[in-house]
Design a protein around this ligand. Structure first.
Ligand code: HGY
Ligand code: MN
Ligand code: MN
Length: 398
């Protein structure tokens, strides 16, 4: 794929890391492919004359000093890891967009009043350390007592203390801005050029274990079975129907399943799934898990164990930043709407430390987390233009 503009060029450069033969991309948390991506970004930052550093959480940071050191930095960023067999744009576009903003400033000989910073975060996608890992480390939100954290970190050559030391005092920074593809189909279907993000949904995940009884597949009659897999299947189907009943904006995904002992001629005795639910309003996800527990209690062939794994609260973007991004889009005469994000982002942890704003560009057919993920060059350019204009407007606020 050859892009003709700078942002496309930088993206395809980052895309040289972790590219699979089927055209998808895999840069897992702390993986060699991930660090290949970091090396590519580091070279781009150095060519732009930025001060570059890395931390134990696997993040990279480039800094372009501004005229007035007393002013807090304007921080841009997104993630450089991907889901397995993911797309070119998720995360990488926000880092490439930040590099392109800085390239343009250099080209125009412009030095801002505020310092400009750009993060490439590690581990935003689901991973053994928990998603948004790199940005949570910077925000100081990694719980030292998180179950399994120390063991997982050991495999990456780090200790919990290494990660706690990644915490940064962000109180003096002006704001955090993240440029990202929508990953949904609203902008694409409504032929909108820019999404001004109002907030990021909360993400709640539960580990659900169905405990039945393994037995012989040939000699155990149907009425005597305690089949964990059919019980889990009933729970999933009924939970899906209940989710659709509760609210149109409520989503439930069961994306993983493990089955023991996992043999064709043995009735499954244990099955484990992760139930993930998302909504801007916590009451909705609370209601859904209560309904799921009620459904589970009525399936009497097995016992269900339901334990919360992750509870990332929804966050609101900063009202002032929403206005400034909207003004930038309007001045650039771009069709834009204010909308929530159904995807999680590094802006969520960052929102616990400083004002955050997000800018969306369309995803073709709303596809993401797959090799078909696509955003047109002009649309990529639009996002960078709005990010650039937003930074110019914010930089005048001294
Ligand atoms: O899962 C998400 O929403 C994000 O892409 N990690
Ligand atoms: Mn993603
Ligand atoms: Mn993302």
């Amino acid at each position: 794929m050859t892009f003709m503009n700078h942002i496309g060029y930088i993206l395809s450069e980052i895309g040289r890391a972790g590219r699979n033969s089927d055209g998808s991309y895999t840069r897992g948390c702390y993986s060699p492919a991930y660090f290949d991506g970091l090396d590519i970004v580091e070279r781009q930052m150095e060519e732009l004359g930025m001060e570059v550093s890395r931390d134990a959480a696997g993040n990279i940071l480039g800094v372009l000093p501004g005229k007035d050191k007393k002013l807090g930095s304007i921080i841009m960023g997104s993630h450089l890891d991907t889901v397995p067999s993911g797309g070119l744009f998720d995360g990488a576009y926000g880092v490439a967009g930040g590099l392109e903003v800085i390239r343009r400033m250099k080209e125009e000989g412009k030095t801002l009043n505020h310092s400009l910073e750009l993060y490439g975060f590690n581990g935003e996608e689901s991973n053994p350390l928990g998603g948004t890992f790199g940005s949570r480390a910077v925000a100081g939100l990694v719980e030292p007592g998180q179950p399994g954290l120390s063991e997982a970190l050991k495999t990456y050559g780090h200790t919990v203390l290494d990660i706690l030391n990644c915490k940064r005092n962000l109180s003096d920074a002006k704001c955090y801005l993240e440029l990202h593809i929508e990953q949904g189909d609203h902008l694409f279907n409504d032929e909108m050029e820019i999404g001004v993000v109002s907030g990021i949904v909360g993400i709640v995940r539960y580990k659900v274990m169905a405990v039945g009884h393994s037995n012989h597949a040939g000699t155990t009659m149907m009425q005597k079975r305690r089949d964990a897999l059919t019980a889990m299947a009933k729970l999933i189907v009924q939970a899906d129907a209940k989710c659709r009943e509760i609210d149109n904006a409520l989503v439930l995904t069961v994306g993983t399943i493990r089955c023991w002992p996992g043999s064709e001629n043995v009735i499954p005795g244990r099955v484990e799934c992760i139930f993930e639910m998302r909504h801007m309003d916590k009451d909705m996800t609370d209601r859904l898990i209560d309904e799921i527990r009620n459904i589970a209690a009525k399936i009497d062939t097995v016992e269900f164990e339901i334990t919360k794994q992750i509870d990332e609260e929804s966050v609101k973007c900063d009202e002032h930043l929403i206005k400034v991004i909207g003004r930038a889009a309007a001045e650039l005469e771009m069709k834009h709407i204010i909308m929530p994000s159904g995807a999680g982002h590094d802006a969520n942890p960052m929102a616990h430390c400083l004002p955050v704003g997000m800018i969306f560009v369309p995803s073709k057919d709303g596809l993401s987390h797959c090799k078909e993920e696509w955003t047109e060059e002009k649309e990529l350019e639009n996002g960078v233009d709005v990010l650039y204009k937003t930074i110019e407007l914010l930089d005048e606020e001294v």
